[in-house]
Design a protein around this ligand. Structure first.
Ligand SMILES: [Zn+2]
Length: 332
């Protein structure tokens, strides 16, 4: 039941990558959109004077686009110095973005290149290139616009601390997710400082057994992490996971940012509202305060103790179910 319900929850609305097509625009449109110089080149098949274009010696990393419509035509890696006086490229971005046609003007037989999307004149294509493709796309700077490559800053890892019953099991599951950088078993949410496992097991420390997760939000979202979280444990049994009973086994999300709190609350509301579980969710959502790392022998426990009966009987079936369902989210 639970599995089917969660599937429903995650029907994403991926934006469709629709192919760009452009209706034919009239001359008034182009006159208002383009500068007179661009209009002369793109719409009247003009040619800019050699050695004058702004992209002639341009060397930044990024994508060259059609100045008329933004169609992506060339990347910086395709540009080379041809010394012909115009920006030159030895190949185009694949996908039929550039149309080629025979141009017999000026008493010559040349191949004209135009933007396949808006019909804007770009320049000509010659087979005298000096790179290994042998081709030279000779393009007017005025026909192009340039988008600089986004410098991707190393995003800071995010942290989330989750209680979902015995941490041996939870740890091994989250470790397998692509984008999860580290998972540490420990204790959180209680009052005793530096508790031992024995103390936590008494239920008197107030701590829950948790996994402290570091993840790269560019690779895996908190939504996905919480989806897995709600799938691999029962969030409806108060202070209990199966035969593990006590506040230390409570279902809990210790959020590190307000954004995470909202996300967690939204997901819980949605699961409750859609009655994904037969009973209401009792997961505690609390601001993170402190995390105490569990004793070393608890770290990576499942992987190191797979033959142990608890691992075989309780953890292994959960892990197998998880890996089957979340194949596409696993580390390669
Ligand atoms: Zn175009």
């Amino acid at each position: 039941m639970i599995w089917v319900g969660i599937l429903l929850l995650t029907v994403n609305c991926h934006s469709q990558n629709t192919k760009k097509t452009m209706k034919k625009k009239d001359e008034a449109y182009w006159k208002s959109k383009l500068t007179p110089e661009q209009y002369f080149i793109l719409r009247e098949k003009g040619t800019e004077r050699p050695n004058t274009g702004k992209f002639l010696h341009h060397k930044e990393k990024g994508v060259y686009k059609c100045a008329g419509c933004g169609n992506e035509l060339f990347t910086d890696g395709m540009k080379f110095d041809s010394h012909c006086g115009w920006p030159s490229f030895d190949q185009e971005i694949k996908g039929g973005k550039i149309k080629k046609s025979i141009d017999l003007s000026h008493g010559m037989r040349r191949v004209e290149i135009t933007c396949a999307n808006c019909g804007g004149h770009l320049g000509h294509l010659f087979d005298d290139g000096i790179t290994e493709t042998g081709m030279r796309y000779c393009v007017n700077s005025l026909s192009l616009s340039f988008e600089k490559e986004q410098v991707t800053h190393q995003t800071e890892a995010m942290k989330i601390t989750l209680g979902a019953g015995c941490f041996w099991c939870v740890e091994t599951i989250f470790e397998q997710l692509e984008g999860v950088l580290s998972v540490t078993s420990g204790y959180s949410g209680g009052t005793t400082e530096n508790p031992t496992y024995k103390e936590v097991c008494t239920g008197h420390t107030g701590h829950a057994e948790v996994v402290h997760i570091e993840y790269n939000p560019n690779v895996i979202s908190l939504e996905k992490i919480l989806e897995v979280f709600f799938t691999v444990h029962d969030p409806t049994t108060l202070n209990r996971q199966g035969n593990d009973i006590g506040t230390q086994y409570r279902s809990a999300i210790f959020y590190h940012t307000e954004e995470q709190r909202k996300t967690a609350q939204n997901i819980i509301d949605k699961l409750n509202c859609e009655k994904v579980f037969a009973q209401p969710i009792v997961t505690e959502v609390t601001a993170f305060k402190v995390f105490y790392k569990a004793e070393n022998y608890h770290q990576d426990y499942y992987n190191l103790n797979q033959e142990q009966p608890y691992c075989k009987m309780v953890i292994q079936p959960k892990v197998e179910k998880f890996t089957k369902k979340y194949q596409q989210l696993l580390k390669k």
